[in-house]
Write a protein that binds this ligand. Sequence first.
Ligand SMILES: Cc1cc2nc3c(=O)[nH]c(=O)nc-3n(C[C@H](O)[C@H](O)[C@H](O)COP(=O)(O)OP(=O)(O)OC[C@H]3O[C@@H](n4cnc5c(N)ncnc54)[C@H](O)[C@@H]3O)c2cc1C
Length: 571
Amino acid sequence: MSKLEALGKLLSADVLIVGGGIAGLSAAITVKEKKPDLDVLIVEKATTGWSGKADRGGGILAFITPADTPEEFIRYHVHNIGCFLEDQELLREYAHTCNTVLDRLDAWGVKLNKEKDGRWKYVKNPGANLPWGLAGVDLDMCRRLLKRARRLGTRFQDKVTIVDLLKEGERVVGAVGFSIEDGGCYLVRAKATILANGSQNYRVLPMWGAGRGDGIAAAYRAGAQMRNAEFGSFVNMVHAKSREVVFGAEDHMVGARGEDISAKIRPLPQSDICAMSAVGWYQENLDGNGPVRVKTKENLLQIGSEVLFASDLVWDRPNANAFWSRLWEKAKAVEAQDDADMPEIIPGFIGELSPVKVDHDMATTVPGLFAVGDVSYSGSAWTGAVPSPPGRMRGSGLMNAVWSACKGGSSAALYAARLDALPEADHAQASMLKQRMFAPLTRKKGASALDLIRDIQDAITPVRYSNFKSKQRMQEALGLVLKVKDKLAELMAADPHDLARCNEAASMALCAEMFYRAALARTESRGWFVREDYPAVDNANWLKWIILQDKEGEMDISTEDIPIGRYPIKP
Ligand SMILES: Cc1cc2nc3c(=O)[nH]c(=O)nc-3n(C[C@H](O)[C@H](O)[C@H](O)COP(=O)(O)OP(=O)(O)OC[C@H]3O[C@@H](n4cnc5c(N)ncnc54)[C@H](O)[C@@H]3O)c2cc1C
C-alpha cells in the first residue's frame, strides 16, 4: 500500500476535472474527443449534471450574428466594456471563434433554436445597437452534456468537495477533499488537473449560490497567480421585497423627490448595467432622496426579458419557460405589497470574483493546473475592466464556460498525453493538507462557519465598500475581513456539511482579501472600478494588471504592464 493510500480513499485519473457544471462537462467531453484513451474523472461536490449555475440561468448565449463582425465586436468591447484592460489577443481569438460554441453544443445534443433555413435563431438587445445577438438554449443543457460525457467514458465522483491541490515540487499532481456524505478523505492523483468550480459570489443571492470560490482559494494556496481581482463586485438592481432582478431598472430610477436619477448617472446607450447604477443609488440615499424606485411602465427591458426568459414567443424552451414562470409568479406574490408601477429597488450584490490567471491555453501559472469557466474568467483577461461574468455582456457566461473549456480541455489532454506515468504526490504535503482540512471537526468549541460567512458578507456587500470605493472605506472593510481571517483557526464543525461550510468560509475570506488588496492598489477609476478618491482614468500609470500571489503566507501584490504597444487598439 502506498503511503498516500493510508491517508484516505485514493483515486486516480489522467485528467482530473474539479466541478461538474457546464465548464467541467464541456472540458471532459473535449478531452475525450481529443484523446479517447485518456482516463477522465469529474469530482463534483453536489451532483454532476444538476449542479452549477447554467441550469438556473437565463439560457442566453451572446454570439456574433451574421449582421455583426468580429472586428466591430472587438472595437466596441475595448472602448466600451473592458476599457483597454483586455488581453486584446485573447479577445480577438474569442471574437473569431466563440460562435463554434453553438455548433459544439448542438453536436453534443444540447437544444438550441434554429430558423427554418438552419441558421441560429437570435434577437438583438432591445434599444441598443450592440455588435452581437442573443441565442437561446434550454435549461436542461447540463443533463445533455452529462449524457454525452458519460457515453464517451468520463467517470464521475459526486458528493466530494475538493479543498486543496496535491503537489510534487512546483507541479500540481491532483487534489484532496472529503465526502460531504460520510466525511471520508479523498485523494486524487492526476497527470493534469482542470479547475472548473466557478467564481466567488459570497452566498448572498441564492440563484448565485454555486459560486463559493473554493477553486480560487485552492489555486492561490497552491501558488497560482491571480489577476483582475479588483473587479469582483458585480451588482444587479433587485426588487427590494422579492430580491428578484429587475433588468433595465438602472435606466429608469427615480428618487423620492421624483427626479430622474438614471439621467444623472448613466448616459445611454450602454451594453448592460454599470457600476454607476449602484453608486448613484447610494448617493441618492445619502442625500436623503431614497428610497429609489423604478418606473415599471417605461422599463421595456424587463418586459422584454420576461418574454425572452419565460415564454415561447421567441424560443421554444419548455424547461426555461417553466422555471422562470414559476420564479416570477412567486416573486410577484411577494411584490404585491409594493407599488407595482413604482417598486422600490436596491442593489443586489453578486460579486463574481473570477481571478485565476490563465494564459491562452487556459494553463495557470502552476504547471499541471488548468482553469476554465467562471473560475478564471477575469483572470484570463479577455474581458478587461469588468466583473465577469457577465462582464457587461449578458450571455457571455455560458459562452466563455464552453469556449474556455474546449481550449483548456485540449491543452490538458495534450499535457497529460505527454506524461508516461502518474506523477507521485508529496506525502508530507498531502498529510498536512488532510490535517488542516479536518481540523474544524476536532474542535469542541469555536467559531461557526455561518457566523463568519455573515461577517464577510457585511464587509463585501455594502456599496460604500466594494462599489463606491475609497482608501479609507476599503481599509475599514479589509480590516473586517482580516478579523474573520484571524478567526478561521477557531472554526468548528459538527458534521461533513458543516465542514464544507468551514472550507467555504475560508475561501470567502481569502477572496474578499484578494478583492480589497487589489482594489486598494489600483489608484484610478476605470470601467466597473469606481473610486471616489481617484475618479479619473489614468492611462499614464494604470494600463496594468494587478497580480496577487501567495509568497510564504503573505499576499504579494505586483503589476504587469499591458503590452498596449503591441495591441492594435490604443487609448
Ligand atoms: C441566475 C443566473 C443567470 C444566468 N444567466 C446566464 C445567461 O443567460 N447567459 C449566460 O451566458 N450566462 C448566464 N449566467 C452565468 C452562467 O450560468 C455561468 O457563467 C456558467 O454557468 C459558469 O459555469 P461553470 O461551470 O464555470 O461554473 P458553475 O456553474 O458555477 O459550476 C461549478 C461547479 O463546481 C462545483 N464545485 C464548486 N466547488 C467545488 C469543490 N470544492 N469541489 C467539487 N466541486 C465543486 C459546483 O457544485 C458546480 O457544479 C447566469 C448565472 C446565474 C446564476
